[in-house]
Write a protein that binds this ligand. Structure first.
Ligand code: FAD
Length: 309
């Protein structure tokens, strides 16, 4: 039986949402991407176990999707299961002095709302990142104030791949070498983050809120937050002493457009979707910037955005 039919046969027992040939443009911040054979949004661990049974039987490809804010899906779509983690684990709970347990599907903005209410200092570094806890850990996301890796105590995960016969939870207690700039060095390709524990500094809630509000305002004035994008396209090429946006400006490419994909007029390291950009347009623009940075400035740019092919 084709793998999509095996997932169809779960309906009735599956309490989350199962969709077939669902456009990925709907679930990606970029608003780009063709259909996924199966888009599953599990509600609980039982749902996850049902999906995993089918993966074990069919060996169908699996992609783990957080909030879709750092992804460029292909125009052709994805021939496999896209496992959408949006609603699975979203709790925030204090587990000890200065320690928080948070759900892997929780969005940064919801976490920051709680931080502002309860005075969790140190979390302000996540201000303006539109991802989930799981996505932020995968990317070691951060801002000029610091990265999530530096406030992470441990991560709880399961291996969801066809090679793992059971969904067994395991805990990774972190050490500094688990993270570097926009990278983690401990997750396997099929590891699914369920929860994490973070540290915080108790602070006056009003002060935490004021910091967060201030950082949001600064973002709004410097980034094209009103248009679909994936945030920064390239990592900063640190050895050059330049930020990626400075490289793009030096090349005179701000505002440059291929189809409906445009290097933002506001921020050189953002490529925005003006309405009906294709993944192929964004990829062509990325290639152009990377090639010209190398030939004209001798700088190697590497993508921060995860591009599926
Ligand atoms: C306007 C804008 C501003 C941004 N600003 C910043 C910024 O300041 N700093 C920064 O670092 N990033 C920034 N980003 C990029 C993005 O928000 C981060 O990379 C974020 O961490 C991605 O989280 P996500 O949940 O959207 O992950 P997704 O984009 O859905 O996925 C990213 C990766 O994480 C994996 N993943 C997601 N959830 C899980 C999980 N539960 N378990 C295992 N793997 C998982 C996916 O498989 C994928 O490989 C910005 C993006 C936008 C659109």
């Amino acid at each position: 039986m084709p793998f999509a039919d095996e997932f169809r046969a779960l309906s009735g027992r599956f309490s989350g949402q199962l969709e077939f040939e669902a456009p990925l443009s709907r679930v990606a911040y970029y608003r780009i991407g063709g259909p996924a054979s199966v888009l599953a949004t599990p509600r609980n661990l039982e749902d996850l176990a049902l999906l995993h049974e089918v993966v074990l039987r069919t060996w169908c490809p699996v992609f783990i999707l957080g909030w879709g804010s750092n992804l460029l899906f292909p125009d052709e779509g994805y021939a496999g299961l896209v496992l959408r983690m949006k609603h699975l684990f979203t709790g925030v709970e204090e587990t000890g002095p200065g320690r928080l347990r948070v759900g892997g599907s929780l969005g940064a903005s919801a976490l920051l709302r709680v931080a502002a209410e309860r005075g969790y200092g140190g979390l302000e570094r996540l201000t303006g990142i539109p991802g989930s806890v799981g996505g932020m850990i995968t990317m070691n996301a951060g801002t000029h104030l610091g990265e999530i890796g530096s406030i992470l105590i441990q991560t709880e995960m399961v291996s969801f791949g066809a090679g793992s016969p059971v969904l067994e939870k395991r805990i990774r207690v972190h050490e500094p070498s688990d993270f570097s700039y926009r990278r983690n060095h401990f997750l396997g390709s099929s590891d699914l983050i369920l929860h994490a524990e973070l540290v915080f500094e108790p602070e006056d809630p009003a002060r935490v809120k004021a910091n967060i509000d201030d950082l949001y305002q600064r973002r709004k004035s410097t980034q094209p937050v009103d248009l679909p994008s994936c945030g920064s396209v390239f990592m900063n090429p640190k050895s050059s002493g330049l930020h990626a946006w400075q490289v793009v400006e030096k090349l005179g490419l701000k505002g440059y457009r291929i189809g409906d994909a445009q290097v933002s007029e506001k921020h050189g390291n953002f490529i925005v979707n003006l309405g009906s950009a294709k993944a192929s347009d964004v990829r062509a623009l990325i290639r152009l910037i990377r090639d010209r940075a190398k030939t004209e400035l001798g700088i190697d740019l590497h993508e921060e955005v995860r591009i599926l092919s």
